[in-house]
Ligand binder design. Structure first.
Ligand SMILES: [Zn+2]
Length: 248
C-alpha cells in the first residue's frame, strides 16, 4: 500500500461521518469518456447547442440526436471497482453518501443507496408540458425522433440538468448538509470546478473535514484544500482504500 493510500485510510479510520463527491473521472473505467475529453460527446456535439435548455425547447429532435448516443453509452457501461468500493463502504457504515455530478446512475447500479445526483439521471424522462415522468427502459422509442409523452403528446426530456437549468433544490440542500456534517470527504474523479459541486469540498473543509482527493492529475483543489492527494485511477485507489479499512 502506498503512502497516500495509507494516509487516506488513517484519516477515514478516525472519521465518523464520511461523504464522497464524484465526477466524470470515476466513470471513465466504466467506458464512459468524460464528455469534455477528446473522445467525449462535446467534441462532436457543441454543448452550447445540444445541452442548452433553450436550444432543446427550440429543436428537441436535434438535442435527441446527442441524447440517444449518451443513453447508448450509459446503457453499455457497468459499475467499475471504484463504484463497487464506495457501495461496499456504505454497506459497512463507513460512508454516509455519494454526491455525484454524473448522470450515469452507476452508483445506484453498484448498490449505493444514498446518492445525491446534482445533475439528475438519464434513467428518467419528464414531460416539459404536463410533468409526467417515465422510466426510459419501459418506454418504446420511435427511432430517431424525440420521444413524446403518452399523456399529452409533448416532447420528453431526460431528467438531467441542462445548461440554463438549475440544480434541483433538494439535491443542493442535501449535498450542503452532508458536506457540512462531514469530518472527511473523498473527492473522486473531479476537480469540482462547476457549481454546485465546486462548493462541496469547501463547505466540508470549513467544517474541519479532511479532504482526500483521488484524481489521475492534480486539479485546482490539490494545492488549495486537499490534505491527501492520491494520484491514481479511482478504480485502483478505491478498492485499495476499502481493503485497507478492512485490515486491523
Ligand atoms: Zn405530458
Amino acid at each position: 500500500m502506498n503512502r497516500e493510500i495509507r494516509e487516506a485510510v488513517d484519516i477515514l479510520r478516525g472519521s465518523r461521518f464520511v461523504v464522497a463527491l464524484t465526477g466524470a473521472g470515476i466513470s471513465v473505467a466504466s467506458g464512459i469518456p468524460d464528455f469534455r475529453s477528446p473522445a467525449g460527446l462535446w467534441r462532436r456535439f457543441d454543448p452550447a447547442v445540444y445541452a442548452s435548455i433553450d436550444r432543446f425547447r427550440e429543436n428537441p429532435a436535434r438535442a435527441w440526436e446527442m441524447l440517444f448516443e449518451m443513453i447508448a453509452a450509459v446503457d453499455a457501461a457497468r459499475p467499475n471497482p471504484a463504484h463497487d468500493a464506495l457501495a461496499e463502504l456504505e454497506r459497512r457504515g463507513l460512508l454516509q453518501c455519494c454526491i455525484t455530478q454524473n448522470i450515469d446512475g452507476l452508483h445506484g447500479r453498484a448498490g449505493s443507496r444514498n446518492v445525491i445526483e446534482f445533475h439528475g439521471n438519464l434513467d428518467r424522462f419528464v414531460c416539459l408540458a404536463c410533468e409526467s415522468r417515465y422510466g426510459w427502459r419501459q418506454y418504446a422509442f420511435p427511432a430517431g425522433e424525440a420521444p413524446r409523452c403518452f399523456a399529452c403528446g409533448s416532447v420528453l426530456k431526460p431528467s438531467i440538468v441542462f445548461f440554463g437549468e438549475t440544480v434541483p433544490g433538494r439535491a443542493l440542500l442535501e449535498g450542503r448538509m452532508f458536506a457540512s456534517s462531514a469530518d472527511a470527504i473523498l473527492v473522486i474523479g473531479t476537480g469540482a470546478t462547476v457549481f454546485p459541486a465546486a462548493e462541496i469540498p469547501q463547505i466540508a473543509k470549513n467544517s474541519h473535514a479532511k479532504v482526500i482527493e483521488v484524481n489521475t492529475a492534480p486539479t485546482g483543489l490539490t494545492n488549495y484544500i486537499t490534505d491527501v492527494f492520491v494520484q491514481c485511477d479511482a478504480a485502483v485507489a478505491l478498492p485499495a482504500i476499502a481493503e485497507g479499512l478492512g485490515e486491523e
